[in-house]
Design a protein around this ligand. Structure first.
Ligand SMILES: [Cu+2]
Length: 112
């Protein structure tokens, strides 16, 4: 009689744990791929440099993260040192970030 009770308890527990497993939300595995914090390197070419004003004009490809089509436009750089040694006509890759309603270049490197 006692073993029958134990078996009944075991089945009840098993049922309970299965039900719990089914209601546990499944985390989407692809969430990392669409995270807004992911860095996007954009290809561009320097068309104008204004180091004293921390500005650079780039002919850039589409920037998917901010839904901007390819164009030529000026950018502000976060750190003036990013413009050191740069020259007009140089092909570069850069990272932009929206900060207080303004676009800034936070990283800049020569195209590999
Ligand atoms: Cu643009």
């Amino acid at each position: 009689m006692f073993s029958f009770f134990i078996r009944g308890l075991a089945i009840a527990l098993l049922t309970l744990s299965t039900a719990f497993a089914q209601t546990t939300p499944i985390k989407p595995a692809a969430s990392a791929a669409s995270a807004p914090t992911a860095i996007e390197w954009v290809n561009g070419e320097i068309t104008k440099l204004d180091a004293p004003r921390s500005r650079i004009t780039l002919k850039h490809e589409r920037i998917a993260s901010i839904k901007m089509d390819a164009m030529t436009m000026p950018f502000k750089v976060k750190d003036k040192a990013l413009l050191d040694g740069r020259k007009v006509g140089e092909k570069v890759q850069f990272v932009v970030r929206m900060d207080g309603g303004d676009l800034f270049i936070t990283q800049l490197r020569s195209m590999p």
